[in-house]
Design a protein around this ligand. Structure first.
Ligand code: ZN
Length: 496
């Protein structure tokens, strides 16, 4: 019976913006393999995360649940919550996850549920000297941060910021590995390591259908891509000292956006090379699936947990202080054997609907606690989803929560966006808050909120959706799930 089932590969790439992928029109050849795959797949033009960053995005991807639905103080999945993995495991699939060292999607937050094999590579950090709290930690507490500050105060006292930059550049050049490699600077395991482990695991599952989840961190900061990928994009090798200097400069909290902007192109090139490396490793994985004759029965989906900012709105990285398109719009490619992808409608597709859609493609029943709905028929037939039951895409996070290990950081007010095909409403849910509405058609770069007449009716409609969402968060909260998650957190806080 199992032989007739398809398998599922889900690849999530941390920080991958849709508009830096070739199949969404990017000018650099970051994704040649995925471009070819996309041409025979369903490519969702407007896939929208349910929250950002990582810890506010994944509950929707794996469990079809809004990130704050169990309360703002709950991060991650609740013990016993249904996910893609639990459903498929119960249905007889071999389930394996390989995640490149992101602490927010570890067993601590319930992400190993449903997986027979779960490798999170958190021990990888032991090999490095980078700060170990987590990828979304604000910069500045490392020993290097202290040195940075002392050089700066010395140079600043003399009013010599150029001297400071020069000293800092020399310092980076000196401590960079003499071997001419950036590999030692990398904070997360490369996609290559994960793909190799996944292949070993696949070889062990025999004839069972499988669910493989890969979470790749290559485009995540600090931006130290493998040199091979960089060379393919830039036509020359990375200078490790320079790469280090650019990364450290980009990380400085004391500089204005205009001071940082001089390094923007270099930073983006390093980021793009990380994407290029992901593409190459996915090609390698798919090639091995083809060779072992598994690819013909394999559903493949690729998406990202959020995008990345490069000063478009003054910010860097992906802090939950803005929900602009470079953060919330991610790639979503779904390849289904025997189906040639048709043109997918431009309606925004929330990640909330991804897991139920994938389960329908797999011929499996979605559990009743999933909040999203399968859009498989719509994708298959190219029919727009304007059903009010589906509604606009909603994105939410606790404003400014860059370290969810800290309870007070989690408790910040909710930042909410409601995005339909053309407009986006953004607001903080707190007393006296005002909303902003952006017209993504007239102003795709979100340079300023829209104030004209037609926007007023739209404003009302989107505000109504926001209100309904917030009310539902409270009225539909699952008290048992919430309690389980709180107990898990208390145990972790007490026993580490
Ligand atoms: Zn992330």
């Amino acid at each position: 019976m199992h032989q007739s089932k398809r398998s599922l590969v889900l690849v999530t790439v941390d920080c991958l913006r849709a508009d830096h992928c070739g199949f969404y029109g990017y000018s650099r050849p970051t994704t040649p393999f995925l471009d070819a795959l996309a041409s025979e797949s369903f490519v969702v033009p407007a896939a929208i995360v349910a929250g950002a960053p990582t810890y506010y995005s994944f509950p929707a991807i794996l469990a079809s649940r809004m990130p704050l639905a169990l309360g703002r103080d709950v991060i991650g999945l609740a013990p016993g919550e249904s996910t893609l993995a639990t459903v498929l495991r119960e249905s007889g699939y071999a389930t394996g996850a390989f995640s490149a060292g992101n602490p927010y999607i570890s067993p601590r937050f319930g992400y190993d549920q449903g997986f027979e094999v779960f490798r999170d590579f958190l021990d990888f950090e032991a090999h490095t000297t980078r700060n170990t709290v987590g990828p979304e930690t604000p910069p500045g507490d490392s020993a290097r941060g202290q040195l940075n500050r002392s050089i700066k105060s010395f140079a600043g006292a003399l009013g010599l910021s150029r001297l400071y930059n020069e000293l800092y550049f020399q310092y980076c050049m000196k401590i960079a590995p003499a071997a001419g490699s950036v590999d030692a600077l990398r904070k997360f395991p490369s996609a290559e390591i994960l793909v190799n482990q996944a292949q070993s695991w696949l070889a062990s599952v025999g004839q069972r259908p499988f669910f493989l989840w890969l979470h790749l961190m290559d485009p995540h900061s600090p931006y130290y891509p493998p040199n091979e990928a960089y060379r393919e994009l830039a036509g020359r090798d990375i200078e490790p000292g320079r790469a280090r200097y650019v990364n450290e400069y980009w990380n400085r909290s004391d500089l204005t956006a205009s001071a940082l902007s001089g390094k923007r192109n270099e930073v983006v090139r390093l980021y793009d090379a990380g994407v290029r490396w992901v593409d190459r490793q996915i090609a390698y994985l798919v090639d091995s699936l083809r060779q072992s004759r598994l690819w013909d029965d394999c559903v493949f989906a690729l998406t990202a947990d959020h995008g990345e900012e490069f000063l478009e709105h003054g910010g860097r990285y992906h802090s939950p202080v803005r929900l602009s398109e470079e953060i919330v719009r991610v790639p979503l490619v779904i390849r289904v054997p025997g189906e040639r992808g048709v043109k997918v409608p431009a309606s925004p597709m929330s990640h909330l609907h991804l897991a139920p859609t994938l389960l329908e493609i797999m011929g499996e029943q979605a559990p009743s606690d999933f909040q999203g709905r399968s859009l498989w028929t719509n994708l298959q037939k190219g029919i727009a989803w304007d059903d009010p039951a589906i509604g606009p895409a909603i994105i939410e996070c606790a404003y400014g929560c860059t370290n969810p290990f800290r309870a007070e950081s989690r408790g910040a007010s909710r930042l909410l966006a409601v995005r339909d095909a053309r407009f986006k409403l953004v607001m903080r849910i707190e007393p006296g808050a005002t909303e902003e509405v952006y017209d993504l058609e007239a102003d795709p770069a979100e340079m300023g909120p829209s104030t004209d007449g037609p926007a007023l009716a739209t404003r009302k409609r989107l505000l109504h959706a926001a209100r309904e969402h917030v009310e539902k968060t409270v009225s539909a909260r699952d008290p048992v799930m919430r309690l389980r998650a709180r107990l898990r957190d208390l145990r972790c806080e007490m026993f580490g």
